[in-house]
Design a protein around this ligand. Structure first.
Ligand code: AMP
Ligand code: GLY
Length: 428
């Protein structure tokens, strides 16, 4: 069969890589794809971004089903457009994607369905927002309501930073529609984990646990990014905590969406803050929902899938997912992101990338912001590569991946040297 993946990042390259290994798959089309998907076996880039044109492509090409990677096409209603035309697609409807596309929607939903999250209030008026900040004090968190490509959250350590964030979101319009409303919420402490499931509307299939590294620099310093590296499994998500997350967060979310008349299909990603204490009682709160897989969490997660992912997605779009549909490799997968010069502020593009490590069965370089021109790879985005390896231990995976990362030649490249430090600390 022929499949279509919408997106062009590391997440989409990783999904395409796993799907292309299925004996049932002839070609995975990736729209728009990147320099990695341009030269991988059984993958083909498609230079289409308009959602109606993508639906036409899927019909004309006889695509068995489409998988959507990023949030923007989901929030723009790509799933509704495909379904109206009888085309199979895996992802949430535009209405369901509001769990990610509107923080205010997500917070009100969580309160309505008793799903644990930070206390909050929503404002459209800057003066009222500021009065609330002065009353609550710092630290406090200010979030633009809409999609802001990972830049809409300010964790303010001082009251002044929070007031400035309100001004820049509600005041000068620099966030556009995304900042027309702000959510101001309680500052939470603890350890973050990404908990992702797939759902066909009824059956829930948990993905392996994972942990991202959001800050640019080692020791979780520097600005927030889209994610600088991830690994799976995340030891913080013990079996007892896994069970609690399913019962306290995931199941009430899927049930709540059903009750609200907007059943959720697709990937549901709960970004969690896990406070200190024993697993049975430690605080567990939702920081955010995403309605898609994480990037870079996908890269290590798909490395651990042992069975045919193409069949799993087929069952999902047909509404016949089985609860244990995925056979997980018990080993650890770890991915390190190589980012461009000056990422995340204003990443430089157009740099030559060379000396990419050769892929092996256990170590693969997934591409993100790369483009292939006349046989040469160039950077075209902030996050450029995610070198991902699978090994018996966290240490072994880490050594393998950093050996490969160090071969890469790219002027101004940045990467963290401490991916999975929490897992190593936990096993020490
Ligand atoms: P979000 O896009 O909502 O996940 O926020 C991005 C990052 O900001 C999260 O991964 C956390 O590191 C941080 N963050 C968000 N909300 C809070 C909160 N209420 N308390 C502390 N940190 C937060
Ligand atoms: N890595 C975080 C995200 O995909 O939202």
């Amino acid at each position: 069969m022929k499949l279509l993946i919408i997106g062009g990042g590391g997440r989409e390259h990783a999904l395409a890589w796993r799907l292309a290994q299925s004996p049932r798959v002839k070609t995975v089309f990736v729209a728009p794809g990147n320099g990695g998907t341009a030269c991988s076996p059984r993958m083909q880039n498609v230079d289409i971004t308009n959602l109606h044109d993508l639906a036409n492509f899927a019909r004309n090409e006889g695509i068995a089903y489409t998988v959507v990677g990023p949030e923007a096409p989901l929030a723009a209603g790509v799933v509704d457009i495909f379904r109206e035309q009888g085309l199979k697609i895996f992802g949430p409807s535009q209405a369901a994607a509001q769990l990610e596309s509107s923080k205010d929607f997500a917070k009100a939903f969580m309160v309505r369905h008793h799903i644990p999250t930070a206390a909050y209030q929503t404002f459209t008026d800057a003066e009222q927002a500021k009065a609330y900040i002065r009353q609550q004090g710092a630290p406090i968190v200010v979030k633009a309501d809409g999609l802001a490509a990972g830049k809409g959250v300010i964790v303010a350590e001082t009251e002044q930073q929070a007031l400035d964030a309100v001004d820049s979101m509600l005041g000068d319009g620099s966030f556009g529609q995304a900042g027309a409303r702000v959510v101001i919420e309680e500052f939470l402490t603890g350890e973050e984990a990404s908990f992702i499931v797939m759902c066909d509307g009824n059956t829930i299939v948990p993905m392996a646990s994972s942990q991202d590294h959001k800050r640019l620099l080692d020791n979780d310093q520097g600005p927030n990014t889209g994610g600088m590296g991830a690994y799976s499994p995340a030891p913080v998500v013990s079996p007892a905590l896994h069970e609690r997350i399913m019962r306290e967060v995931i199941e009430p979310t899927i049930d709540g969406m059903k009750k609200d008349g907007i059943p959720f299909t697709g990937f549901l990603y709960a970004g969690l803050m896990i406070g200190d204490g024993h697993d049975a009682t430690r605080p567990l709160k939702v920081l955010e929902y995403n309605c898609r897989m994480g990037d870079p969490e996908t890269q290590p997660i798909v490395m651990r899938i042992r069975n045919d992912l193409a069949t799993v997605f087929e069952d999902a779009v047909e509404g016949r997912l089985q609860p244990h549909a995925i056979d997980w490799d018990p080993r650890t997968a770890l991915g390190v992101v190589v980012a461009a010069h000056n990422y995340p502020a204003t990443p430089r593009t157009g740099d030559v990338i060379s000396q990419l490590p050769a892929d092996t069965t256990h170590c693969v370089t997934f591409h993100a912001g790369t483009t292939l021109r006349d046989g040469q790879l160039y950077t075209s985005g902030g996050r450029v590569l995610c070198v991902t390896g699978l090994a018996d231990t966290v240490e072994a995976a880490r050594t393998m991946v950093y050996d490969a990362v160090q071969q890469v030649q790219l002027d101004g490249m940045q990467y963290r040297t401490d991916i999975a430090w929490r897992a190593l600390q936990a096993s020490a």
